[in-house]
Design a protein around this ligand. Structure first.
Ligand code: DX5
Ligand code: ZN
Length: 216
């Protein structure tokens, strides 16, 4: 099996001690830092300001995985590129220009991710698969950390994996929301490549063991 990758979401970490928080992740076996960008419109909450994004980039030694929960990704894509994005994911929902966004993310040298809400079906988005590097399946309603994982996600991983394999697409499946060690094994076994985890990791005193629990 491919390497099981972990992307630590910093949404609920202690921003008064951001350098220490990022250093804890730097010293762990995490593969990415997951940065949730929220505009207060696509989702009710707002995160993060420029200053915070720049600090995360400054302190991070990990690859950066940006998740844009915003109405107009154009306002944010360049900012992510300037701040060392490896992955930039844009939502399918309420976005008439999603294909343009995916194409421009790739042109700017990053991996293009398509994020979909729990209610969006795989067959609504499979025509975009030829343009993406990452399929980000939300396993909670986007907007905040600490929510319960939705079991309906398992079937969506299976469905998307089947299409990706049949069509020989090079797409990594990433899952985001409510992930703990009870669901991680099954998600990896079904063909997910990257698991995002926020509260499960951040709440755990020992980040290293939380991350290895997600992998084993
Ligand atoms: C939810 C965010 C997630 C979230 C993950 O809208 O996109 O990245 O922070 O945190 P947990 O693991 O606590 O659900
Ligand atoms: Zn996210």
């Amino acid at each position: 099996m491919n390497k099981k990758e972990i992307s630590v979401s910093i949404l609920d970490c202690d921003f008064n001690n951001i350098e220490q928080e990022i250093n804890k992740i730097n010293n762990s076996s995490s593969d990415y830092i997951h940065i949730d960008i929220m505009d207060g419109k696509f989702v009710p909450n707002i995160a993060f300001d420029n200053n915070t994004i720049e600090k995360v980039n400054l302190y991070s030694k990990k690859k950066l995985d940006y998740h844009l929960m915003v109405n107009d990704p154009n306002d944010y894509i360049l900012k992510c590129v300037k701040n060392n994005a490896n992955i930039i994911s844009v939502h399918y929902e309420e976005n008439d220009n999603v294909l343009n966004h995916l194409i421009s993310i790739k042109k700017l040298g990053c991996r293009a991710g398509l994020a979909i809400n729990p209610s969006t079906k795989i067959n609504q988005v499979s025509n975009l698969f030829e343009h993406i590097d990452i399929l980000l399946l939300m396993s909670v309603q986007p907007g905040k950390g600490g929510q319960k994982f939705l079991d309906t996600t398992f079937k969506k991983v299976e469905e998307s994996k089947k299409i990706i394999d049949e069509m020989n697409y090079e797409i990594d499946i990433e899952i985001d929301g409510g992930i703990d060690n009870k669901v991680s094994k099954k998600l990896f076994n079904l063909g997910s490549k990257i698991l995002v985890s926020g509260s499960y990791i951040i709440k755990n005193q020992n980040i290293a063991s939380a991350i290895s629990n997600l992998r084993d």
